[in-house]
Design a protein around this ligand. Sequence first.
Ligand code: SF4
Length: 402
Amino acid sequence: MTPKMAVDAMNPTEINRKRAERYIGAGLMDIYDKVMASERLSFEDGVRLYQTPDLSSVGYLANIVRERMHGDRTFYVRNQHINYTNICNKFCKFCSFYAKKGGHAPYEMDMAEVRRKLLAHIDVPITEVHMVGGIDPRLPYSYYLDLLHTVKEVRPDIHIKAFTMVELVEIQRQAKKPLEDVLRELMEAGLDSLPGGGIEILSERVHQELFDRKLDGEGWMDVARTAAKVGLTQYATMLYGHIETLEERAEHLVRIRALQDETRHFVTMTPLSFHPEGTELENIPHPTGYDDLRNIAVSRLMLDNFEHIKSFWIMNTPQITQLALWYGADDVDGTVQEYEITYKDGEQGNKSQSLTRKSMVKMIEEAGRTPIERDSHYREVPQITELESAQERTYIPIPVLA
Ligand code: SF4
């Protein structure tokens, strides 16, 4: 049989497989077969996807899943971040946000300040307020209820995504009530969903070394289960690029996936690129673009029960985010944001970033994808473009909180 006759004898699936093999190489074809059959990948598969030097093959595989689920559609949201305090008693070694000697000055917003921040952007058609802060044991339970009430007073229709699992444990401690009751009261006050965060990576070793004052992985999952029980949706994260191993990354994804099988309350996974500047881990180099893309791609491949994978452009740059849209990401987070990281040496000073809706759309279109403005539930938002100039004026700082 000639080579042409051999190809003619193949069915389309075999031809596609042959083509894929040329691109992926024989080493990952078993994973290709699983991806094409929508079969779940194992922990060992995850480790191999992290270990292979062939990043473009991992991206190729992730893009198959991304396009199967969303085609070219790429989601973004207009949101506002409020970080009500940077006072914190957890002293996480990876955190540059909390007030410490030589770092940011301590602050705690009162309700007038929260209202002022909201009103400063009242002409921007945002759909979500994202609110997190440090753990200040002096704040009473009523403070957190007031925060929610204040946001809803100023913006009655806004979706409030607020409080990491660690904050919820502190709020419960202040409330002196069962967590389930506290969550219901927070929901009555306006809480709509939880941003996730608070565990960084589900590894007891990393927990002990970097953030042993916070709740551990089991505790974090118990809070997530209670949140699911009362009907709160949640967003998952993974902070990578510090001291975690590749196996611990794969383990994190497998454990989050198992929890999602159980609760079905997660909406999105956001891999977060670690920023060492201003932390106790300043000697660790910043994750590379190669690492950023790989974490997006492996998350897409491992989390078969997650609808969305987000490339958080503020943490990994708009340039990497453009590439990430071909490595598994279908969401780029928000438009109306500014992010500051204070470097200890002061040389680079505060780093601020913001993208207007227009530049966000351009970024997505330039990457060859279709921008879709969404709300917190991934419903498409009707376009309002006349407020572009107002959006240009916005100023919303976001800390490294996980
Ligand atoms: S990550 Fe959160 S809990 Fe840890 S020190 Fe920073 S603000 Fe506090």
